[in-house]
Design a protein around this ligand. Structure first.
Ligand code: VGL
Ligand code: ZN
Length: 206
């Protein structure tokens, strides 16, 4: 039997318009996710949760965000403006997100020297966040992905989730991305990996 869960990735203040790492139209996913949430018995939410001085912050390296990169133990790390710093307002879940029966809020990216785009594996591709075990323990086979950002945290979560044996569907109107080019590249990678997409309308049946 298949059992489904909703995964809501990084819908946090800093990723909304005017946030530290704003995703264009990021706020538009909130009502869609709230509607979806009412139809799912199992919901897990992720929270990007970086310490000050994190390896993914351009400021840590005296470099420029969005263009420079840094060398991490696991390879090249893209650099971002300081964002979702632990215990700051920007790290809070988006106001308006209304998912009262969320069973798990999972934090990621909290180690100084390892970033984590994926909700399943950190950027070293080996440190588990524990999320796959959580879903397996509950007999979940099918995951529906939503949130921010299409081309990074949602994108890599979809690829890793598929690799870990889940059926993965991205709810395409419940995600927004940072950069159109990397969104197209990610969509291609989803196709090649067998990650599916669906609209919330088709999923909700109206
Ligand atoms: C994200 C870049 C850096 C995301 C998080 O949530 O997609 N992107 N940290
Ligand atoms: Zn981050």
């Amino acid at each position: 039997m298949s059992q489904r869960a909703l995964l809501v990735v990084d819908v946090q203040r800093d990723f909304l318009p005017n946030g530290a790492l704003a995703v264009p139209q990021g706020n538009e996913v909130i009502p869609v996710i709230n509607r979806l949430g009412r139809k799912f018995a199992e919901i897990a939410v992720t929270q990007d949760w970086h310490p000050a001085g994190h390896i993914s912050f351009a400021s840590t390296h005296g470099k420029l965000p969005f263009q420079d990169t840094a060398q991490a133990a696991y390879g090249e790390q893209a650099l971002w403006p300081d964002h979702t710093v632990q215990n700051t307002p920007g790290a809070e879940l988006a106001p308006g997100l209304d998912l009262p029966h969320t069973g798990l809020i999972l934090r990621k990216g909290f180690r100084l020297d390892i970033d984590s785009y994926s909700a399943f594996l950190e950027n070293d591709h080996s440190t588990s966040t524990g999320l796959a075990g959580h879903f397996r323990d509950k007999g979940i086979t099918d995951l529906y992905l939503t949130g921010l950002a299409w081309d990074y945290c949602v994108g890599y979560s979809a690829l890793d989730g598929k690799q870990l044996g889940f059926n993965i569907t991205v709810v395409i109107d419940a995600v927004r991305g940072i950069d159109p080019k990397s969104m197209a590249t990610m969509s291609q990678r989803w196709n090649e990996a067998g990650v599916r997409t669906i609209t919330s309308e088709a999923l909700l049946g109206h």
